[in-house]
Design a protein around this ligand. Structure first.
Ligand SMILES: NC(=O)c1ccc[n+]([C@@H]2O[C@H](COP(=O)([O-])OP(=O)(O)OC[C@H]3O[C@@H](n4cnc5c(N)ncnc54)[C@H](O)[C@@H]3O)[C@@H](O)[C@H]2O)c1
Length: 333
């Protein structure tokens, strides 16, 4: 039996889809998730229950930062690769509960890096976010741009994990890839994200909150397109040489950050229109100012991703929204 892949955050939205993909590709998968109550725990349990129908899936329900958890897990299972997705996500909640971001994102990632230092995997892959580009105005965002102006504490903790991982990659030769994900959507999506909230409100005749009066751009990325990119990046292990001028490979470590985004941003108002069309129903809208911490626009330059793994599928927004609505209706009807 080959060594398993460890996926942290396996009961989360992206982790669930990634585990499904890895299991169908024939890997043994260990999924660690604490089932935090940031959003509906039932949804997380339902995702894990589906994964548990695969005999090659081993669930572990624990917090990253519980002393000894990751060290014991690495010592026992010796994961070949690690995809670290567990985190306290969400821009707005980081205003209300910043400490939970320190605990999961800083302390949790530190424990993971320590375990990786003692039991080096072939490749460590860690979720960061497009939010690290913060107040940058040069678009599309490129990995070689400076990322020094985060606008939310969530983004600041993710920038910190990028820095922590770069240093561990340098000191202990741990090949590391950071993903900068751009607004991921699709079936099994997060209840705190716009598509879920809008669908739920429109179906139940409630008004939706439209921030910055709809003048926002988001580079919506369909979850299985993103998971396919993650799967292929697992084989793109950073070495000593940049792959192209777009590469931000560290000069002192086998470490790089890669945008995973569609590369074609959509206006929030167009996104809402696509959803209204799929639902066959108009939304009632509360037009509101931008919220503290929010970025008015995100837009990925995906050329480094292309240089590393070649072209990635781009699901049409309307198809992706329809897939989400079909799942939502089946799940919540
Ligand atoms: N969904 C997006 O649009 C998006 C965009 C940018 C970055 N990301 C990043 O991608 C990753 C996955 O995001 P997601 O959308 O699947 O979020 P999610 O909240 O659905 O999944 C994260 C999972 O991590 C678990 N978790 C949180 N803290 C933990 C801890 N201390 N120990 C163990 N488990 C813990 C949660 O229970 C949850 O199931 C996160 O790192 C997130 O910051 C997501």
């Amino acid at each position: 039996m080959s060594n398993p892949i460890l996926v942290t955050g396996s009961a989360g939205f992206i982790g669930f889809h990634l585990c499904q993909r890895l299991l169908s590709d024939g890997f043994d998968v260990i999924g660690l998730d604490a089932m935090t109550d940031y959003y509906d725990v039932t949804l997380k349990k339902r995702r894990h229950a589906l994964l548990e129908t695969h005999e090659r899936f081993t669930p572990i329900v624990e917090r990253l930062e519980t002393p000894g958890t990751l060290e014991d897990l690495f010592a026992t299972h010796k994961p070949a690769m690690v995809v670290h997705l567990a985190a306290q996500a969400g821009v707005r909640y980081s205003i209300d509960a910043p400490r939970s971001y320190v605990e999961s994102n800083i302390s949790g990632t530190f424990e993971l890096l320590e375990a990786a230092r003692n039991h080096t995997p072939k490749h460590l892959l860690i979720a960061s976010t497009s939010s690290v580009y913060g107040a940058n105005t040069e678009m599309p965002y490129r990995e070689i741009h400076k990322v020094d102006t985060q606008m939310s504490f969530y983004a600041a903790t993710k920038k910190a994990t990028e820095a922590m991982a770069q240093t561990y990659a340098h000191l202990y030769e741990i090949p590391t890839t950071m993903f900068r994900f751009f607004t991921v959507y699709g079936p099994w999506g997060r209840p705190d994200m716009a598509l879920f909230k809008f669908t739920d409100a429109i179906q139940n005749n409630r008004a939706i909150d439209v921030y910055n009066h709809g003048d926002m751009l988001r580079d919506f990325t369909y979850v299985t397109d993103l998971v396919d990119a993650v799967r292929r990046l697992m084989d793109a292990i950073p070495g000593k040489t940049p792959v192209s001028d777009a590469d931000n490979l560290s000069p002192i470590a086998p470490w790089r950050a890669v945008n995973i985004g569609n590369g074609s941003p959509t206006k929030l108002t167009d996104f809402i229109e696509a959803l209204e069309e799929v639902l066959g129903k108009a939304a009632q809208k509360n037009m509101l100012d931008i919220q503290p911490g929010d970025m008015p626009a995100t837009w990925a330059d995906a050329s480094l991703l292309n240089d590393l793994i070649g072209p990635v599928n781009k699901t049409d927004l309307k198809d992706g929204v329809a897939n989400f609505v079909n799942w939502y209706n089946a799940e919540y009807s």
